[in-house]
Design a protein around this ligand. Structure first.
Ligand code: GBH
Length: 460
Protein backbone atom coordinates (compact mmCIF):
# COMPACT_ATOMS: atom_id res chain seq x y z
CA UNK A 1 0.00 0.00 0.00
CA UNK A 2 1.48 3.34 -0.96
CA UNK A 3 0.82 6.51 0.97
CA UNK A 4 1.59 10.19 0.68
CA UNK A 5 3.61 10.35 3.87
CA UNK A 6 5.56 7.20 4.65
CA UNK A 7 7.08 6.92 8.14
CA UNK A 8 10.38 5.25 9.07
CA UNK A 9 10.27 1.46 9.32
CA UNK A 10 10.64 1.33 13.12
CA UNK A 11 8.26 4.21 13.86
CA UNK A 12 6.21 3.51 17.00
CA UNK A 13 2.41 3.85 16.68
CA UNK A 14 0.54 4.12 19.94
CA UNK A 15 -2.35 5.48 21.93
CA UNK A 16 -2.30 7.07 25.39
CA UNK A 17 -4.38 7.20 28.57
CA UNK A 18 -3.81 8.03 32.24
CA UNK A 19 -4.70 6.20 35.42
CA UNK A 20 -7.27 8.46 37.08
CA UNK A 21 -8.93 9.17 33.73
CA UNK A 22 -9.75 5.56 32.85
CA UNK A 23 -9.17 3.06 35.66
CA UNK A 24 -12.08 3.62 38.02
CA UNK A 25 -12.06 1.95 41.47
CA UNK A 26 -9.48 4.46 42.75
CA UNK A 27 -9.57 2.98 46.29
CA UNK A 28 -9.71 -0.70 45.34
CA UNK A 29 -7.40 -3.31 46.84
CA UNK A 30 -5.89 -1.02 49.44
CA UNK A 31 -5.06 1.99 47.25
CA UNK A 32 -4.65 5.35 48.97
CA UNK A 33 -6.72 8.31 47.72
CA UNK A 34 -5.11 10.88 45.43
CA UNK A 35 -5.55 14.64 45.21
CA UNK A 36 -7.73 14.00 42.16
CA UNK A 37 -10.03 11.72 44.12
CA UNK A 38 -10.41 14.49 46.69
CA UNK A 39 -10.79 17.25 44.12
CA UNK A 40 -13.43 15.39 42.12
CA UNK A 41 -15.37 14.73 45.32
CA UNK A 42 -15.32 18.43 46.26
CA UNK A 43 -18.60 19.96 45.06
CA UNK A 44 -18.21 22.52 42.29
CA UNK A 45 -14.77 21.45 41.09
CA UNK A 46 -15.67 19.11 38.20
CA UNK A 47 -18.41 19.61 35.60
CA UNK A 48 -21.66 17.79 36.42
CA UNK A 49 -20.13 16.46 39.64
CA UNK A 50 -18.33 13.77 37.63
CA UNK A 51 -15.64 11.68 39.32
CA UNK A 52 -13.18 8.94 38.39
CA UNK A 53 -14.95 6.44 40.66
CA UNK A 54 -15.99 4.29 37.71
CA UNK A 55 -14.49 6.01 34.62
CA UNK A 56 -13.85 3.33 31.96
CA UNK A 57 -13.62 0.62 34.60
CA UNK A 58 -10.28 -0.26 33.04
CA UNK A 59 -9.01 -1.56 36.39
CA UNK A 60 -11.39 -4.49 35.93
CA UNK A 61 -11.61 -4.61 32.14
CA UNK A 62 -7.99 -4.24 31.16
CA UNK A 63 -7.79 -7.61 29.41
CA UNK A 64 -10.70 -6.75 27.11
CA UNK A 65 -9.08 -3.35 26.52
CA UNK A 66 -5.72 -4.83 25.59
CA UNK A 67 -7.52 -7.06 23.08
CA UNK A 68 -9.04 -3.92 21.52
CA UNK A 69 -5.58 -2.36 21.29
CA UNK A 70 -4.32 -5.45 19.53
CA UNK A 71 -7.23 -5.28 17.06
CA UNK A 72 -6.23 -1.70 16.25
CA UNK A 73 -2.70 -2.89 15.60
CA UNK A 74 -1.10 -0.64 18.23
CA UNK A 75 2.65 -1.06 18.53
CA UNK A 76 2.72 0.74 21.88
CA UNK A 77 0.41 1.79 24.69
CA UNK A 78 1.16 4.74 26.96
CA UNK A 79 -0.53 4.58 30.37
CA UNK A 80 0.21 5.96 33.80
CA UNK A 81 0.64 4.31 37.17
CA UNK A 82 -1.48 5.57 40.06
CA UNK A 83 1.17 6.27 42.70
CA UNK A 84 -1.32 5.61 45.51
CA UNK A 85 -2.16 2.12 44.26
CA UNK A 86 1.49 1.15 44.66
CA UNK A 87 2.26 3.22 47.77
CA UNK A 88 -1.04 4.06 49.51
CA UNK A 89 0.69 6.59 51.76
CA UNK A 90 2.90 7.83 48.93
CA UNK A 91 5.97 6.44 50.71
CA UNK A 92 6.78 3.47 52.87
CA UNK A 93 5.31 0.07 52.32
CA UNK A 94 4.34 -1.26 48.92
CA UNK A 95 0.79 -2.44 48.32
CA UNK A 96 1.41 -5.70 46.46
CA UNK A 97 -2.09 -5.85 44.97
CA UNK A 98 -1.74 -2.41 43.43
CA UNK A 99 1.64 -3.15 41.93
CA UNK A 100 0.34 -6.46 40.68
CA UNK A 101 -2.33 -4.74 38.60
CA UNK A 102 0.37 -3.00 36.56
CA UNK A 103 2.40 -6.20 36.33
CA UNK A 104 -0.58 -8.00 34.83
CA UNK A 105 -1.30 -5.11 32.48
CA UNK A 106 2.31 -5.08 31.24
CA UNK A 107 2.25 -8.86 30.73
CA UNK A 108 -1.06 -8.67 28.81
CA UNK A 109 0.43 -6.00 26.52
CA UNK A 110 3.61 -7.95 25.89
CA UNK A 111 1.62 -11.08 25.08
CA UNK A 112 0.01 -9.08 22.27
CA UNK A 113 3.28 -7.57 21.10
CA UNK A 114 2.38 -4.09 22.39
CA UNK A 115 5.22 -2.09 23.95
CA UNK A 116 4.28 -0.44 27.26
CA UNK A 117 5.26 3.20 27.80
CA UNK A 118 4.75 3.93 31.48
CA UNK A 119 4.17 7.43 32.82
CA UNK A 120 5.01 7.51 36.52
CA UNK A 121 3.12 10.68 37.37
CA UNK A 122 0.03 11.89 35.55
CA UNK A 123 -1.27 14.29 38.24
CA UNK A 124 -2.71 11.92 40.87
CA UNK A 125 -0.46 12.67 43.84
CA UNK A 126 -1.24 10.54 46.91
CA UNK A 127 -3.34 12.68 49.25
CA UNK A 128 -1.13 11.60 52.16
CA UNK A 129 1.82 13.34 50.49
CA UNK A 130 -0.24 16.41 49.76
CA UNK A 131 -0.96 16.60 53.46
CA UNK A 132 2.81 16.82 54.00
CA UNK A 133 3.04 19.76 51.61
CA UNK A 134 2.93 17.83 48.33
CA UNK A 135 5.08 19.31 45.57
CA UNK A 136 5.83 22.31 47.77
CA UNK A 137 7.84 20.11 50.12
CA UNK A 138 11.58 20.08 49.29
CA UNK A 139 11.50 16.35 50.06
CA UNK A 140 9.06 15.71 47.20
CA UNK A 141 11.79 14.93 44.60
CA UNK A 142 13.12 12.19 46.89
CA UNK A 143 9.61 10.82 47.51
CA UNK A 144 9.14 10.62 43.76
CA UNK A 145 12.49 8.94 43.12
CA UNK A 146 11.74 6.33 45.82
CA UNK A 147 8.37 5.59 44.23
CA UNK A 148 9.96 5.45 40.76
CA UNK A 149 12.49 2.88 42.00
CA UNK A 150 9.71 0.55 43.07
CA UNK A 151 8.43 0.54 39.49
CA UNK A 152 11.88 0.27 37.92
CA UNK A 153 12.73 -2.74 40.06
CA UNK A 154 9.43 -4.44 39.36
CA UNK A 155 9.05 -3.76 35.65
CA UNK A 156 12.14 -2.44 33.90
CA UNK A 157 12.92 -5.88 32.52
CA UNK A 158 9.71 -5.60 30.46
CA UNK A 159 9.13 -1.87 29.91
CA UNK A 160 11.09 -0.23 27.08
CA UNK A 161 9.93 3.36 27.63
CA UNK A 162 9.46 5.36 30.83
CA UNK A 163 8.07 8.87 31.25
CA UNK A 164 8.72 10.45 34.64
CA UNK A 165 6.19 13.28 34.77
CA UNK A 166 3.38 14.26 32.44
CA UNK A 167 3.20 17.99 31.75
CA UNK A 168 4.89 19.64 34.74
CA UNK A 169 3.45 22.93 33.43
CA UNK A 170 -0.10 21.71 33.97
CA UNK A 171 0.75 20.47 37.46
CA UNK A 172 2.20 23.91 38.18
CA UNK A 173 -0.10 26.42 36.51
CA UNK A 174 -3.64 25.04 36.54
CA UNK A 175 -2.77 23.21 39.79
CA UNK A 176 -1.08 25.97 41.82
CA UNK A 177 -1.51 29.29 40.01
CA UNK A 178 -4.97 29.32 38.40
CA UNK A 179 -6.54 26.73 40.68
CA UNK A 180 -8.54 24.98 37.96
CA UNK A 181 -7.09 21.52 38.48
CA UNK A 182 -6.10 19.61 41.62
CA UNK A 183 -5.04 20.64 44.18
CA UNK A 184 -6.73 23.90 43.15
CA UNK A 185 -4.35 26.40 44.73
CA UNK A 186 -4.06 29.97 43.46
CA UNK A 187 -0.76 31.29 44.68
CA UNK A 188 1.99 32.90 42.55
CA UNK A 189 4.46 32.26 45.38
CA UNK A 190 3.83 28.54 45.24
CA UNK A 191 3.93 27.89 41.49
CA UNK A 192 7.67 28.52 40.81
CA UNK A 193 8.64 26.30 43.75
CA UNK A 194 6.37 23.50 42.61
CA UNK A 195 7.86 23.70 39.10
CA UNK A 196 11.36 23.52 40.55
CA UNK A 197 10.56 20.47 42.65
CA UNK A 198 9.00 18.74 39.63
CA UNK A 199 12.20 19.28 37.64
CA UNK A 200 14.28 17.97 40.54
CA UNK A 201 11.90 15.01 40.86
CA UNK A 202 12.50 14.20 37.20
CA UNK A 203 16.26 14.51 37.69
CA UNK A 204 16.29 12.30 40.79
CA UNK A 205 14.18 9.63 39.09
CA UNK A 206 16.48 9.58 36.06
CA UNK A 207 19.51 9.37 38.35
CA UNK A 208 17.87 6.48 40.24
CA UNK A 209 17.15 4.75 36.96
CA UNK A 210 20.82 4.97 35.99
CA UNK A 211 22.13 3.83 39.33
CA UNK A 212 19.82 0.80 39.25
CA UNK A 213 21.28 -0.07 35.86
CA UNK A 214 18.09 0.78 33.93
CA UNK A 215 18.19 -1.02 30.61
CA UNK A 216 15.75 1.07 28.61
CA UNK A 217 14.81 4.69 27.93
CA UNK A 218 13.47 7.39 30.19
CA UNK A 219 12.12 10.83 29.33
CA UNK A 220 9.89 13.74 30.31
CA UNK A 221 6.59 14.70 28.63
CA UNK A 222 5.80 18.39 28.17
CA UNK A 223 2.84 20.26 26.71
CA UNK A 224 4.03 22.58 23.98
CA UNK A 225 2.15 25.12 21.89
CA UNK A 226 3.68 27.76 19.62
CA UNK A 227 2.68 31.26 20.73
CA UNK A 228 1.78 33.65 17.95
CA UNK A 229 0.81 37.32 18.40
CA UNK A 230 -2.88 37.91 17.59
CA UNK A 231 -1.74 40.98 15.62
CA UNK A 232 1.76 42.32 15.00
CA UNK A 233 1.68 45.15 17.54
CA UNK A 234 4.78 45.40 19.76
CA UNK A 235 2.58 44.71 22.82
CA UNK A 236 1.18 41.50 21.37
CA UNK A 237 4.56 40.35 20.15
CA UNK A 238 6.05 40.88 23.59
CA UNK A 239 3.05 39.06 25.14
CA UNK A 240 3.60 36.09 22.80
CA UNK A 241 7.28 35.95 23.77
CA UNK A 242 6.38 36.00 27.46
CA UNK A 243 3.87 33.23 26.96
CA UNK A 244 6.44 31.19 25.02
CA UNK A 245 8.87 31.41 27.95
CA UNK A 246 6.06 30.68 30.42
CA UNK A 247 4.61 27.61 28.66
CA UNK A 248 7.24 26.17 26.30
CA UNK A 249 10.59 27.05 27.86
CA UNK A 250 9.88 26.89 31.61
CA UNK A 251 10.88 23.20 31.81
CA UNK A 252 12.98 22.57 28.70
CA UNK A 253 15.43 25.46 29.22
CA UNK A 254 16.54 24.21 32.66
CA UNK A 255 16.72 20.64 31.39
CA UNK A 256 18.81 21.36 28.29
CA UNK A 257 20.36 24.77 28.94
CA UNK A 258 20.75 24.73 32.71
CA UNK A 259 18.82 27.93 33.42
CA UNK A 260 15.29 29.27 33.68
CA UNK A 261 14.12 31.69 30.99
CA UNK A 262 14.92 35.21 32.23
CA UNK A 263 11.32 36.21 31.44
CA UNK A 264 10.02 34.13 34.36
CA UNK A 265 11.68 36.31 36.99
CA UNK A 266 10.09 39.35 35.36
CA UNK A 267 6.69 37.70 35.10
CA UNK A 268 6.63 36.51 38.73
CA UNK A 269 8.42 39.50 40.25
CA UNK A 270 8.73 39.15 44.03
CA UNK A 271 7.22 35.65 43.85
CA UNK A 272 10.21 34.31 41.89
CA UNK A 273 12.72 32.78 44.34
CA UNK A 274 16.45 32.41 43.93
CA UNK A 275 17.19 28.83 42.97
CA UNK A 276 20.45 27.16 43.95
CA UNK A 277 23.01 26.76 41.16
CA UNK A 278 23.58 23.20 42.34
CA UNK A 279 19.91 22.41 41.69
CA UNK A 280 20.13 23.75 38.16
CA UNK A 281 23.28 21.77 37.52
CA UNK A 282 21.53 18.67 38.80
CA UNK A 283 18.56 19.27 36.51
CA UNK A 284 20.73 19.93 33.50
CA UNK A 285 22.91 16.92 34.11
CA UNK A 286 19.98 14.75 33.14
CA UNK A 287 20.23 15.95 29.54
CA UNK A 288 23.87 14.94 29.41
CA UNK A 289 23.86 12.15 26.82
CA UNK A 290 21.70 14.19 24.47
CA UNK A 291 24.33 16.91 24.58
CA UNK A 292 27.04 14.43 23.77
CA UNK A 293 28.01 13.33 27.26
CA UNK A 294 30.13 16.44 27.79
CA UNK A 295 29.09 16.80 31.42
CA UNK A 296 30.22 13.30 32.21
CA UNK A 297 27.52 12.62 34.78
CA UNK A 298 26.05 9.59 33.12
CA UNK A 299 22.45 10.34 34.08
CA UNK A 300 20.71 11.20 30.89
CA UNK A 301 17.17 12.03 29.83
CA UNK A 302 16.82 9.84 26.76
CA UNK A 303 13.90 11.53 25.03
CA UNK A 304 11.35 14.31 25.16
CA UNK A 305 7.65 13.51 24.97
CA UNK A 306 5.66 16.23 23.25
CA UNK A 307 1.97 16.67 23.96
CA UNK A 308 0.59 18.84 21.18
CA UNK A 309 -2.99 20.04 20.81
CA UNK A 310 -3.05 23.59 19.46
CA UNK A 311 -1.25 26.92 19.28
CA UNK A 312 -1.72 30.04 21.35
CA UNK A 313 -2.91 33.18 19.64
CA UNK A 314 -1.83 35.81 22.11
CA UNK A 315 -3.01 39.27 23.04
CA UNK A 316 -1.43 41.53 25.64
CA UNK A 317 -3.78 41.94 28.58
CA UNK A 318 -2.63 43.90 31.63
CA UNK A 319 -5.62 42.58 33.61
CA UNK A 320 -4.37 38.99 33.40
CA UNK A 321 -1.67 38.66 36.03
CA UNK A 322 1.07 37.68 36.41
CA UNK A 323 1.51 37.00 32.70
CA UNK A 324 -0.09 40.12 31.19
CA UNK A 325 -1.21 38.02 28.24
CA UNK A 326 -4.22 35.98 27.24
CA UNK A 327 -4.97 33.42 24.59
CA UNK A 328 -7.82 34.40 22.29
CA UNK A 329 -9.99 32.07 20.26
CA UNK A 330 -9.63 33.01 16.61
CA UNK A 331 -12.91 33.64 14.84
CA UNK A 332 -13.73 31.51 11.81
CA UNK A 333 -10.98 29.02 12.60
CA UNK A 334 -11.96 25.38 13.15
CA UNK A 335 -12.07 24.56 16.85
CA UNK A 336 -12.58 21.53 19.02
CA UNK A 337 -15.20 21.37 21.78
CA UNK A 338 -12.41 22.35 24.21
CA UNK A 339 -12.34 25.67 22.33
CA UNK A 340 -8.85 24.92 21.03
CA UNK A 341 -8.03 25.97 17.48
CA UNK A 342 -7.24 23.14 15.06
CA UNK A 343 -3.78 24.19 13.92
CA UNK A 344 -1.70 21.36 12.41
CA UNK A 345 1.28 23.48 11.23
CA UNK A 346 2.00 24.21 14.89
CA UNK A 347 3.07 20.60 15.34
CA UNK A 348 5.72 20.90 12.61
CA UNK A 349 6.82 24.20 14.11
CA UNK A 350 7.06 22.69 17.60
CA UNK A 351 9.10 19.67 16.52
CA UNK A 352 11.51 21.83 14.51
CA UNK A 353 11.81 24.27 17.41
CA UNK A 354 12.92 21.43 19.70
CA UNK A 355 15.44 20.35 17.09
CA UNK A 356 16.88 23.87 16.77
CA UNK A 357 16.86 24.90 20.44
CA UNK A 358 17.74 21.75 22.31
CA UNK A 359 20.10 19.81 20.08
CA UNK A 360 17.60 17.54 18.31
CA UNK A 361 16.91 15.07 21.12
CA UNK A 362 14.98 11.89 20.35
CA UNK A 363 11.31 12.84 20.51
CA UNK A 364 7.97 11.09 20.79
CA UNK A 365 4.63 12.76 20.27
CA UNK A 366 3.25 11.37 23.52
CA UNK A 367 -0.19 13.00 23.04
CA UNK A 368 -2.11 14.44 20.11
CA UNK A 369 -5.84 14.38 19.61
CA UNK A 370 -9.08 16.30 19.77
CA UNK A 371 -12.46 16.48 21.49
CA UNK A 372 -15.55 16.74 19.32
CA UNK A 373 -19.29 16.31 19.78
CA UNK A 374 -19.49 12.83 18.35
CA UNK A 375 -22.87 11.67 17.09
CA UNK A 376 -24.24 8.40 18.45
CA UNK A 377 -23.10 5.20 16.77
CA UNK A 378 -24.61 4.24 13.42
CA UNK A 379 -24.32 0.59 12.36
CA UNK A 380 -21.96 -0.10 15.23
CA UNK A 381 -19.45 2.66 14.39
CA UNK A 382 -19.32 6.27 15.63
CA UNK A 383 -18.91 8.56 12.63
CA UNK A 384 -16.33 11.17 13.71
CA UNK A 385 -15.04 12.73 10.49
CA UNK A 386 -13.67 15.81 12.29
CA UNK A 387 -11.37 13.66 14.43
CA UNK A 388 -10.24 11.72 11.35
CA UNK A 389 -9.38 15.02 9.64
CA UNK A 390 -7.61 16.29 12.75
CA UNK A 391 -5.46 13.17 13.06
CA UNK A 392 -4.64 12.99 9.35
CA UNK A 393 -3.57 16.64 9.24
CA UNK A 394 -1.41 16.30 12.36
CA UNK A 395 0.24 13.12 11.12
CA UNK A 396 1.17 14.93 7.91
CA UNK A 397 2.50 17.82 10.00
CA UNK A 398 4.60 15.39 12.04
CA UNK A 399 5.89 13.83 8.85
CA UNK A 400 6.90 17.25 7.53
CA UNK A 401 9.10 17.71 10.62
CA UNK A 402 10.66 14.28 10.08
CA UNK A 403 11.52 15.26 6.52
CA UNK A 404 13.25 18.36 7.90
CA UNK A 405 15.39 16.34 10.23
CA UNK A 406 13.49 16.19 13.53
CA UNK A 407 14.41 13.02 15.44
CA UNK A 408 10.81 11.84 15.87
CA UNK A 409 10.49 8.21 16.98
CA UNK A 410 6.78 7.66 17.53
CA UNK A 411 3.27 9.03 17.87
CA UNK A 412 0.54 8.41 20.49
CA UNK A 413 -3.08 9.42 19.99
CA UNK A 414 -4.78 11.05 22.96
CA UNK A 415 -6.81 9.10 23.76
CA UNK A 416 -7.66 5.45 23.38
CA UNK A 417 -11.03 5.99 25.11
CA UNK A 418 -13.48 8.76 25.87
CA UNK A 419 -12.58 9.31 29.50
CA UNK A 420 -12.59 11.55 32.58
CA UNK A 421 -11.43 14.85 31.11
CA UNK A 422 -10.35 16.39 34.44
CA UNK A 423 -12.36 19.50 35.35
CA UNK A 424 -14.65 18.87 32.36
CA UNK A 425 -15.58 15.38 33.56
CA UNK A 426 -17.14 13.20 30.89
CA UNK A 427 -18.42 16.15 28.86
CA UNK A 428 -15.42 16.08 26.49
CA UNK A 429 -14.74 13.11 24.22
CA UNK A 430 -11.16 12.53 23.04
CA UNK A 431 -11.36 8.80 22.33
CA UNK A 432 -10.76 6.60 19.33
CA UNK A 433 -13.22 4.37 21.16
CA UNK A 434 -16.49 5.59 22.60
CA UNK A 435 -17.30 4.89 26.24
CA UNK A 436 -20.32 6.32 28.05
CA UNK A 437 -19.93 5.82 31.77
CA UNK A 438 -21.81 4.30 33.55
CA UNK A 439 -22.50 2.10 30.50
CA UNK A 440 -19.22 0.36 29.77
CA UNK A 441 -19.74 -0.76 26.15
CA UNK A 442 -16.70 0.05 23.99
CA UNK A 443 -17.75 1.26 20.53
CA UNK A 444 -15.19 1.97 17.84
CA UNK A 445 -15.20 5.30 16.07
CA UNK A 446 -14.32 5.86 12.41
CA UNK A 447 -11.10 7.46 13.69
CA UNK A 448 -10.11 4.11 15.22
CA UNK A 449 -10.52 2.45 11.83
CA UNK A 450 -8.61 5.31 10.21
CA UNK A 451 -5.76 4.92 12.69
CA UNK A 452 -5.72 1.16 12.19
CA UNK A 453 -5.13 1.81 8.48
CA UNK A 454 -2.40 4.35 9.22
CA UNK A 455 -0.61 1.77 11.34
CA UNK A 456 -1.05 -0.94 8.72
CA UNK A 457 0.29 1.31 5.96
CA UNK A 458 2.95 2.89 8.22
CA UNK A 459 1.83 6.20 6.75
CA UNK A 460 -1.03 8.48 5.87
C1 GBH B 1 -3.36 16.84 28.30
O1 GBH B 1 -3.16 18.09 28.85
C2 GBH B 1 -3.34 15.85 29.42
O2 GBH B 1 -2.08 15.23 29.52
C3 GBH B 1 -4.43 14.83 29.34
O3 GBH B 1 -4.53 14.16 30.56
C4 GBH B 1 -5.72 15.49 28.94
O4 GBH B 1 -6.82 14.62 29.00
C5 GBH B 1 -5.54 16.01 27.55
O5 GBH B 1 -4.45 16.87 27.46
C6 GBH B 1 -6.75 16.77 27.02
O6 GBH B 1 -6.99 17.92 27.76
O7 GBH B 1 -4.06 28.72 26.61
O8 GBH B 1 -3.62 28.69 28.95
O9 GBH B 1 -5.58 27.60 28.07
C7 GBH B 1 -3.56 19.21 28.10
C8 GBH B 1 -2.52 20.26 28.01
C9 GBH B 1 -2.19 22.55 28.37
C10 GBH B 1 -3.47 21.86 26.50
C11 GBH B 1 -2.81 23.90 28.30
C12 GBH B 1 -4.09 23.21 26.41
C13 GBH B 1 -3.96 25.49 26.93
C14 GBH B 1 -3.21 26.55 27.65
N1 GBH B 1 -3.10 21.57 27.87
N2 GBH B 1 -3.24 24.23 26.96
S1 GBH B 1 -4.19 27.98 27.85
Amino acid sequence: MTSEAAFPANFLWGAATSAYQIEGQPLADGAGPSIWHRFAHTPGRVANGDTGDLACDHYRRFEEDVALMADLGLGAYRFSVAWGRVLPEGRGSVNAKGLDFYRRLVDALLERGIAPMITLYHWDLPAALHDRGGWLNPDSPAWFADYAQVLFRALDDRVPLWVTINEPWVVTVPGYLDGELAPGHRDPFEAPRVAHHLLLAHAEAVAAYRSLGGRHRIGLAVNLEPQHPASPTPENQAAARRRDAFINRWFLDPLYLGRYPAELATIFGAAWPEFADADLARIRSTSDSVLGGSLGTGCATDFIGVNYYSRGLVRADPNTQPLGAIRISPENAPRTTMGWEVYPPGLTETLLWIKEHYGNPPTYITENGAAFDDPPPADGLVPDPERVDYLRAHLRAAHAALEQGADLRGYFVWSLFDNFEWAQGYSQRFGLIRVDPPNQARILKASARFYQNVIRANGV
